[in-house]
Design a protein around this ligand. Structure first.
Ligand SMILES: [Ca+2]
Length: 262
């Protein structure tokens, strides 16, 4: 009996060393991959490091639980369940948000459902707030995107993961409200998933927006035919971006009802 307990303790201590050894080795490998990614044009991500740590911990804890006494085993397995639940909560949330987003299509943004507002974002030096339309926008009493384009190189408002299959529609329409007395110039760019990041490989257009409300109604065929050497793949649209080119002052612009129409 005593021999059996001593043997289990020895295994437990040995496995603790093994646990930390394997964890250290896996995390060194994960860190190295992130470091290499940051040098070859991809972005290093703390979230990837966290997920690597969570996966490694789950594997090691499951292995450790196999060698523990029953009470310790339940503790380790509880820890496994907790780490897995935390790790999967975000992907599950975004999976559900993507499902809701698909149901809303051909609306790409209207500000009305909080779960869908993660599909819009900014590039600094812009800032974004989802809020009630301003009083002056008399025909709009709904939620809109209030985007502040601060002075700087390319402040932008973007739809980072729009529903990609645009076939079967004729127009991209966008409601915009310019509260400033002066006309503003707003750039729009649209690219697909095979975009090579060059200017001539995407849709680019500058729109002059007078004070008050405007609706952009852009023929999708016009967007499709804009790249110089090919046609945009309308089954695989990847990004829609509104931006200002080096604004000298700060401008707030309101966006709503970004959608495809017939
Ligand atoms: Ca709205």
């Amino acid at each position: 009996m005593l021999c059996a307990i001593a043997n289990k303790l020895w295994v437990a201590v040995s496995n603790r060393h093994l646990f930390f050894g394997v964890f250290f080795l896996c995390m060194s490998y994960a860190g190295l991959i992130e470091l290499i990614q940051s040098k070859i044009g991809r972005e290093a991500s703390w979230e990837d490091i966290y997920l690597d740590a969570a996966g490694t911990s789950i594997a090691c804890l499951c292995y450790g639980a196999y060698y523990r006494f029953s009470k310790q085993r339940y503790g380790l397995l509880s820890l496994v369940i907790l780490i897995a639940a935390i790790s999967f909560s975000k992907p599950l949330y975004y999976g559900y948000a993507s499902y809701v987003y698909r149901q809303e299509f051909p609306i790409l943004f209207d500000g009305e459902k909080n779960i869908l507002n993660d599909f819009v974002g900014i590039q600094t030096p812009a800032s974004l707030s989802i809020e009630a339309a301003p009083e002056q926008w008399v025909n709009n009493r709904s939620q809109v995107a209030a985007v502040t384009f601060a002075s700087g190189d390319w402040p932008a408002f973007e739809l980072t993961e729009p529903f990609s299959k645009w076939n079967g529609y004729q127009y991209l329409t966008v409601d915009i409200y310019n509260p400033h007395v002066k006309e503003i110039s707003l750039h729009l760019r649209v690219h697909d998933k095979q975009h090579n990041h060059s200017y001539n490989d995407r849709f680019n257009k500058v729109y002059s927006l007078p004070h008050g409300p405007s609706t952009l109604k852009i023929l999708l065929d016009y967007i499709k035919n804009q790249p110089k050497t090919r046609k945009l793949d309308m089954h695989n649209i990847d990004n829609i971006m509104f931006f200002m080119s080096n604004p000298s002052a700060e401008y707030i612009v309101y966006f709503d009802n970004i959608q495809l129409t017939q």
